[in-house]
Design a protein around this ligand. Structure first.
Ligand SMILES: Nc1ncnc2c1ncn2[C@@H]1O[C@H](COP(=O)(O)OP(=O)(O)OP(=O)(O)O)[C@@H](O)[C@H]1O
Ligand SMILES: [Mg+2]
Length: 494
């Protein structure tokens, strides 16, 4: 049954409705005055609010209750009670998000029906939010690969802050995945149904960037032939991603600071400020501290943006993640001629694992794309890799493997006994276990979840490939049917 907050200034009515709803099995929090009701609304998280619109003739308290309710997470459903003559306000309440209204004098069966409907609506909404969130989460976190300690820290941070409204500053070199993280933050927040609006601050000249961000009024400058909404307004209810924030011209930095402080925007050529509900995620691949010292970045804006910094590691700091990244980029690809999934030779994997990747994950992704296109059969070899990597790999040969133990490719590569590094579920799992066994300080639970997630992806792929034939899928994966059943049910549980 539900927790219902009730507010009306008529004591007898409050008593009657309270009794009636309690008899129906609900928990009721009855109030006859505004302030305590508002406090309880915040502290006791009711499922449903039933509020009178006017506690006295001068102030539409009900609308204030509604506004407060809408700002909560999750927002309770609100039913307003209208007296004769307040129907206009009731309409306004409906427009601003009330679920329904009831007219005075209240009829109890009307009330009962309305409450039932509101509660089943409530359930549907929360179920829907929950399911979609699960889906998005799976999808999104699957897209971000990394078992290294640094990436695990990033994942933990994202999970912790995604659902908040705090401003996030994503730091990291070119191609480290800043935009990917910004999207993960958005799609794992309750803003996920709202827009995600990316803005590249370095791509536009100062005057255009200003009107892009904040909009303009018709005639405010040559070329402003119509009114235009800015990107901040476009992002209302969602997330704006301010990429390459370090390059934002100082004049705009001041304006941005004001938007962050006041949560409202003013179009170019307009005096009226419009309030916006936008979460800001900013990113930069250069040092803002350096820009502050140079005098090209406002220090006060930096503090506003740097509420929660997330720093992405360079790929060269997490070379152990390369096999997983490679398998991720090749996972859904098949060779155009042979139609089979890709494999990669051990030497090629070693070359990939010893490059220093100035362009980070993007460079790796491009190298894999290129190799997949170039390779004649579906096995990627050193010769399919970009020249820079090939030069490096000339130092390797099958009998120098032992020497390279000291400074060369990561340990996890050493123990693979075959010269082929097949991108199959069982091998990847084996490899990851090796990574784990190497004794790095990794949070075991998180790694386990990560592996299970990866595993489920492979299981699903095998199931899809075999048209759902579990026996065939088990054979393909090189595991027993019983193991497959167990793993599939693990996926359903978690
Ligand atoms: N951890 C990761 N797992 C999987 N793919 C990744 C990861 N990090 C980055 N990528 C992929 O690498 C490419 C580059 O990532 P992204 O565009 O997010 O980088 P960026 O930091 O914004 O780069 P830039 O500074 O150049 O704008 C994208 O295709 C992205 O999907
Ligand atoms: Mg980017």
């Amino acid at each position: 049954m539900a927790k219902i907050l009730l507010l009306d200034d008529e004591l007898t009515m409050v008593q009657m409705v309270t009794e009636f709803l309690r008899a129906d099995g609900h928990e009721v929090l009855p109030f006859t005055s505004f302030n305590p009701a508002i406090e309880a609304l915040e502290s006791s998280a009711p499922d449903l609010v039933i509020t009178d619109l006017y506690l006295d003739k001068t102030r539409a308290h009900g609308l204030e209750v509604l506004q407060k309710a809408r700002s909560l997470n999750p927002p309770p459903t609100v039913i307003v009670i209208t007296a004769f003559g307040s129907i206009d306000t009731a309409v306004e309440a409906m427009k601003t998000g009330a679920y329904d209204y009831l007219e005075k004098p209240l009829k109890l069966d009307g009330l009962k029906f309305c409450v039932q409907r509101a509660l089943s609506y409530n359930n549907a909404v929360s179920e829907n939010i929950y399911l979609r969130k699960q889906l998005k989460k799976k999808y999104q976190f699957n897209q971000i690969i990394g078992t290294s300690t640094k990436m695990q820290e990033v994942f933990k941070m994202i999970e912790r802050v995604a659902d908040s409204d705090s401003t996030i500053l994503v730091l990291g070199g070119s191609g480290t995945g800043k935009e990917l993280i910004a999207k993960a933050l958005h799609y794992n927040s309750r803003r996920q149904f709202g827009p995600f609006v990316p803005v590249n601050c370095s791509a536009l000249p100062e005057n255009l960037l200003e009107s892009e961000l904040f909009g303009h009024r018709k005639g405010s400058f040559t070329g402003a032939i119509t009114d235009k909404k800015g990107l901040f307004q476009e992002a209302d209810g969602g997330t704006i991603f301010l990429d390459e924030i370090g390059t934002m011209p100082p004049v705009l930095q001041s304006r941005l600071l004001r938007v962050l402080q006041e949560r409202e925007v003013r179009r170019v050529g307009d005096n009226i400020a419009v309030s916006v509900n936008v979460r800001v995620v900013a990113a930069t691949n250069e040092s803002l501290e350096k820009r502050i010292k140079e005098g090209t970045f406002r220090e006060d804006l930096f503090y506003r943006l740097n509420v929660i910094p997330i720093t992405l590691p360079e790929l060269r700091e997490r070379l152990d993640d390369i096999p997983l990244l490679v398998s991720h980029f090749l996972r859904d690809k098949t060779h155009p001629r042979t139609g089979s999934h890709y494999q990669i030779t051990r030497q090629a994997m070693e070359a990939l694992s010893s490059h220093d990747w100035p362009g980070n994950v993007r460079e790796l992704e491009n190298a894999i794309e290129r190799a997949a296109t170039l390779c004649e059969e579906s096995t990627i070899q050193v010769t399919d890799l970009p020249p820079a990597l090939r030069i490096h790999s000339e130092n390797f040969s099958s009998d120098t493997v032992i020497e390279t133990r000291e400074g060369g490719p990561p340990q996890s590569m050493m123990v693979l006994s075959e010269s082929l590094y097949p991108l199959r579920f069982s091998e990847i799992q084996q490899d990851s276990q090796v990574v784990q066994a190497a004794g790095e300080e990794k949070p075991v639970a998180a790694l386990k979840d990560f592996l299970r997630n990866q595993e489920q992806g492979y299981l699903n792929r095998a199931m899809a490939q075999t048209g759902g034939d579990k026996e065939k899928a088990a054979e393909l994966l090189g595991i027993s049917l019983a193991t497959l059943y167990r793993k599939l049910s693990e996926g359903e549980d978690g």
